[in-house]
Design a protein around this ligand. Structure first.
Ligand code: PHE
Length: 476
């Protein structure tokens, strides 16, 4: 056990690190694609509503549980429930889920790094060809990028919370925001960009269907890094002098603003490329948008800015998304690392090394599941489709277990730890909390409708993904 737990050096450091976790591929790509397909500003409004009224209370619950117990998620569940076997399940899920999400996220981050290198070396022409992506992900070079990325992440994590994670976020987050603003302002000056802006900002309420609403909630939950044990872990590094509620509000604000600006970058870029595009035809998958569609869009900029300009634009974009993914990846891996440090008494180095080795094996299994190795490519089948190892990891951990973890945290904080203890922790470092509207709202919502909604989302996903129903209500 560590005698002196590490802490974020400053409030800004904590906010940047937590925002670094939250801002990721989900904001920069997932959000714009969903907004494009689901009514623009109408989607944005539903999304923002979920962030404020559902996600923020869960975020506050996770952070305060971490700060109170000064532990990783497993330790936190054990400490509060006096090692109850039932609640331990929640703790284990909050360790295994982030580890497995890190596995699939690592695969995407490797591709982003490779696409950045591709663009900066002037390779956009090849990258915009339809077959490039599938050839690249099945080529030997992915392993080289994987090795480079693994070393970078291992180094940051081994440097610790203050010197690794906080320092990385302090450099990358401001650069990310600057790059995003530059790219967005630039795109907005291009011909036809305003068609995209109108499309984005004029709400089309007719597109809001039950499945869009459930997508918006899933998107917001993932985007804020909830249900992954990250905020419990990061909460454990927050000093007692800080206000958790104000930190959480800042993180949610930064995360949602980045998503908003990413929409203002990507949607107009799509319309610059093709002013009469039918956005319903865009694939829902962020992966195909980033790696096959966007290179085509970037290449089309060469008519105005030359081939060099197009490559430059693409490099900045891929670097931006890569930075966002890197800070998220570091945050998620810190969860099992802190569990190894706290629960097994491992040194930081030993934790990084042992978890890194397990992660690399699983990442390799995912990397070869796009055709290189048949066993992993046709790993299993359910819900009427053949699934690769990579698909299974996404379906089980990202799509299904996240809302379940959220549900468990709500019940745990309100009914096991109890509202009065939760409130006492939130009062620390926050004089105005007692009696505030925020207090009343989070106390009520976390004990009532938020867990109900999260449970319904979980059951709905299970029915759709694994049993081939159209929705939960199909059963009845
Ligand atoms: N919030 C991240 C995103 O939007 C999700 C995430 C966090 C994924 C941490 C992996 C690790 O992409």
């Amino acid at each position: 056990m560590n005698d002196q737990r590490e802490q974020f050096r400053s409030k800004l450091g904590f906010i940047l690190a937590a925002a670094g976790s939250a801002v990721g591929i989900g904001n920069l790509v997932g959000f714009p694609v969903n907004a494009a397909k689901s009514g623009g500003a109408a989607f944005l409004l539903v999304y923002a509503g979920f962030v404020i009224f559902i996600c923020l209370p869960v975020m506050i619950a996770e952070m305060s549980l971490g700060r109170h117990t000064q532990r990783n998620p497993l330790g936190a569940y054990n400490a509060v429930s006096a090692n109850s076997a039932v609640w331990k399940i929640g703790g284990w899920l909050a360790i295994i889920t982030p580890f497995m999400i890190a596995v699939f996220y690592q695969v995407l981050t490797v591709w982003l790094l490779a696409y950045f290198v591709g663009a900066i070396t002037g390779n956009l022409n090849a990258m915009a060809q339809p077959e490039y992506f599938s050839e690249f992900i099945n080529s030997g070079s992915v392993f080289i990028y994987l090795a480079i990325l693994t070393v970078i992440i291992g180094f940051v994590l081994n440097s610790g919370v203050q010197n690794g994670i906080e320092r990385l976020a302090k450099v990358l987050m401001p650069s990310l925001l600057v790059m995003l603003l530059i790219l967005t302002s630039f795109v907005l000056t291009l011909p036809n960009a305003m068609i995209g802006v109108k499309f984005y900002l004029i709400p089309d309420l007719a597109k809001i269907t039950p499945s869009v609403i459930s997508n918006a909630l899933g998107q917001a939950f993932f985007s804020l890094s909830l249900g992954m044990g990250i905020l419990i872990t990061y909460g454990s590094y927050v000093a007692k002098r800080e206000s958790i509620t104000s930190g959480a509000k800042m993180v949610a604000l930064v995360d949602t603003s980045v998503a908003f600006f990413a929409g203002l970058l990507i949607l107009p870029a799509i319309f610059v490329f093709n002013p009469s595009i039918d956005t319903t035809e865009l694939s829902t998958s962020s992966v195909s948008l980033v790696f096959t569609f966007l290179p085509k869009i970037f290449l089309s900029l060469q008519t105005t800015f030359g081939y060099f300009g197009a490559n430059l634009f693409a490099s900045v974009f891929f670097l931006l998304v890569f930075f966002a993914a890197l800070t998220s990846q570091v945050s998620i891996l810190q969860v099992p690392i802190s569990a190894f440090q706290d629960e097994l008494g491992f040194s930081r180095f030993k934790s990084v090394l042992s978890l890194g080795a397990c992660a690399v094996l699983l990442v390799l299994a995912s990397t070869v599941s796009f055709g290189m190795v048949a066993y992993f490519t046709e790993f299993t089948s359910y819900g009427g489709a053949t699934k690769s190892f990579f698909d299974v990891v996404i379906d089980v951990f990202y799509d299904t277990i996240l809302p379940l973890n959220g549900f468990i945290v709500c019940l745990f904080v309100i009914y096991k730890w109890r509202t009065s203890n939760f409130n006492s922790e939130l009062k620390v470092g926050d004089d105005g909390f007692n009696g505030s509207f925020t207090q009343k709202y989070i106390n009520f919502s976390l004990g009532t409708f938020i867990p109900v909604i999260l449970l319904l989302v979980f059951l709905n996903t299970v029915c759709i993904k694994f049993f081939g129903f159209k929705s939960l209500f199909d059963i009845f």
